[in-house]
Ligand binder design. Structure first.
Ligand code: NAD
Ligand code: UGA
Length: 348
């Protein structure tokens, strides 16, 4: 049975509801449905405006706590977004990254298998591993995986996510769907280092920070790697397509990406400089020129990369009728505009 959006008896548990994707999903569920939300996180700064909503109950708690896992699994729909998921942390905190991306979600999956909840688990496009410059479309059903050596701690995250996928898919009695996001971007993504987070955020926030601070954008190993950036608003539409087509989504893994938005990181830098100059009304030539940096010097020893991540989106189109729509320059302008406004007092 599809979930009825006007049914006030439905409560969806959103684990990681205070994060980038979680905060957008929370807003969308409250705006588009009559459902209630049980939200779990350890950080609520992005969702301050929702904390007193009468349709929400929030729990400030760690998914590592077995009692919290039991409470979450009592709800009929559980969306698990909680994870350590920034590349600079894969380098420095591999054991914590593995606990976060395998131990905690595996415990939640076991609890959902017992309770009968539908677990929608967020994995990652990183499970496709160390893809090469000439890798073609990555397909949920047939593409295999190659990772770097254990000494390349970058792969701690991807291998933990992949193990969780295998655990979920093999768990008897579990109603599950796995989502593999391909570089979602939009307002509220990550943080500005030194202001509301530490370390190196993902590329959109790294480049936005550099532009706002008047510093050169850093092109890791020349910016040759390619990504397909996907608007977080498309990602939320995907979630609603999933809710509607529940029966088609059970026991399925879905890539969620926008193959029309493929760019090299060097090209992304050029686009973001152009858009930033336009938004600020300054000549592009007045902005610092991007600087090439060595990957291990920038992120630390053990950095490695995926060179191309182009999703096949045939499956989500066929089973859910979903295809991402928002063009790259639109989402970049929207995100940069938000970043400039949000961090206007913190540029230095
Ligand atoms: P995010 O870091 O913004 O959000 C994650 C949220 O989970 C944070 O608010 C964090 O406080 C919370 N959290 C982490 N560990 C927790 C714990 N132990 N207990 C309770 N809360 C905890 O990340 P995001 O970009 O919103 O990503 C959400 C999920 O999607 C993650 O699983 C991530 O691996 C996956 N993903 C995201 C992207 C993307 O493009 N944003 C790409 C691939 C995969
Ligand atoms: C990211 C993260 O691993 C995960 O959050 C997520 O699971 C995954 O994307 C995904 O979307 O599936 P990655 O794309 O490598 O992985 O991370 P970014 O930090 O966004 O970097 C993208 C590319 O830009 C990499 O080649 C990186 O080396 C490069 N980069 C990053 C720069 O050239 N300069 C920077 O300042 C930051």
């Amino acid at each position: 049975m599809p979930l009825q959006f006007n049914d006030p008896a439905i409560t969806v548990a959103i684990v990681g509801c205070g994060g980038f994707i979680g905060s957008h999903l929370l807003d969308a569920v409250l705006c588009r449905t009559k459902w209630r939300v049980f939200g779990v996180d350890v950080d609520f700064y992005r969702i301050q405006h929702r904390l007193h909503d009468e349709r929400c109950e929030f729990l400030n708690a760690d998914l590592a706590d077995p009692g919290v896992v039991e409470r979450i699994a009592k709800f009929p729909v559980v969306v698990n977004l909680a994870a350590i998921c920034t590349p600079s942390r894969y380098m420095a905190e591999a054991p914590a990254v593995i606990r976060s991306n395998y131990d905690h979600p595996a415990a939640l999956a076991e609890a959902c298998a017992k309770s009968g909840a539908w677990l929608i688990h967020f994995s990652t496009s990183e499970v496709y591993g160390r893809t090469l410059e000439d890798s073609g479309e990555l397909d949920e059903e047939s593409t295999g995986f190659v990772f770097g050596p254990v000494a390349s701690s970058r792969w701690s995250y991807a291998t933990a996510k992949l193990l969780t996928e295998r655990f979920i898919a093999g768990l008897e009695g579990l109603n599950w769907t796995i989502v593999r996001p391909f570089n979602f971007v939009g307002p509220y993504m990550d943080f500005m280092p030194g202001v509301d987070g530490e370390g190196i955020p993902r590329v959109l926030a790294s480049f936005s920070t550099a532009l706002v601070r008047g510093e050169p954008l850093k092109l890791v190993n020349g910016g040759k790697a390619r990504r397909t950036f996907t608007s977080v608003f498309d990602a939320i539409d995907f979630m609603f397509a999933l809710f509607v087509a529940r029966e088609n989504a059970l026991s399925q893994i879905f890539n969620v990406g926008n193959p029309d938005n493929e760019v090299s990181i060097a090209d992304l830098a050029a686009r973001m400089r152009r858009i930033y100059a336009h938004l600020k009304g300054v000549p592009e030539e007045s902005l610092p020129v991007p600087e090439v940096v060595d990957g291990e010097a920038y992120y630390g020893r053990g950095y490695d990369d995926s060179m191309r991540r182009l999703p096949s989106v045939e499956k989500s189109s066929r089973l859910l009728g979903f295809r991402a729509q928002v063009p790259l320059d639109v989402v970049l302008e929207e995100s940069l505009n938000w970043f400039i406004g949000h961090y206007s007092d913190a540029a230095d």
